[in-house]
Design a protein around this ligand. Structure first.
Ligand SMILES: [Zn+2]
Length: 232
């Protein structure tokens, strides 16, 4: 088995089960990169960590800033606590710029153990067609919708689209009232990218894939004449 988070970085990492996810998360990042969803060092990944002793606060492991996502390894994750505090005082690397959003997801979604942030092209195009600031995008009621947690295709499913900003604090403030309203395990930042999560890497990967598939359908719906010529 691949080693877990190296002992020299964090001896207690061996004792939290989510660290077993690291290898799988790195594989998923490579897979997404190859599909063009993480070009140019885009995107970031995280895994929920253990609780801080004597508190209910969870730590999390998040990718360092500016990495090529085709070649992630267990060494590329930084252990953070709330407010972007380093768990290990000797840590000096810069965590992903979007770490605060990962932190907010772990705080508000107890079942999220893994968070994936990707820049998928179809979702990005669809989000750019949405007018204004925060909005809700209805997803097509087709079979694939079941991949984000529904038992039937016949549902009213939607994804929240938030205005893009370079301030992660502003983004978290915009998200604050929206957590209870999310009916898929994800949200989208307009013209930017998707955040999706799951209890396991398999779940988070499925949510990313299914949502990008649904966005692709919406692009095709928008760009394809309703009545295709006979025999097309
Ligand atoms: Zn991003």
């Amino acid at each position: 088995m691949h080693p877990l988070i190296p002992i020299r970085r964090c001896w207690h990492s061996f004792f939290f089960k989510q660290s077993y996810f690291v290898e799988e998360v790195c594989q998923d990042a490579k897979n997404f990169y190859q599909r063009g969803w993480l070009l140019g060092t885009a995107g970031n990944f995280s895994i929920r960590g253990h609780k801080i002793n004597g508190s209910n606060e969870h730590t999390y492991w998040v990718t360092a800033s500016g990495l090529d996502k085709a070649h992630l390894s267990v060494e590329d994750f930084i252990h953070l606590a709330g407010g972007l505090r380093y768990v290990h005082p000797k840590e000096t690397r810069k965590p992903s710029d979007e770490s605060l959003v990962h932190e907010a997801i772990y705080q508000h979604i107890p079942q999220a153990n893994v968070v994936y942030h990707v820049h998928p092209p179809y979702g990005t195009w669809v989000s750019r067609q949405q007018a204004g600031q925060a909005s809700v995008l209805k997803l097509p009621a087709i079979e694939m919708i079941k991949g984000v947690g529904f038992s039937t295709h016949d549902v009213d499913a939607n994804v929240v689209i938030l205005a893009n900003t370079q301030s992660m604090q502003d983004l978290c403030t915009a998200l604050a009232p929206l957590w209870p309203t999310l009916n898929v395990p994800a949200f989208f930042i307009q013209g930017h990218g998707l955040y999706a999560w799951g209890a396991t890497p398999q779940d988070a990967k499925r949510h990313v894939e299914v949502l990008e598939f649904l966005f692709q359908q919406q692009v095709w719906d928008a760009l394809t004449p309703r009545a295709l010529p006979h025999g097309y």
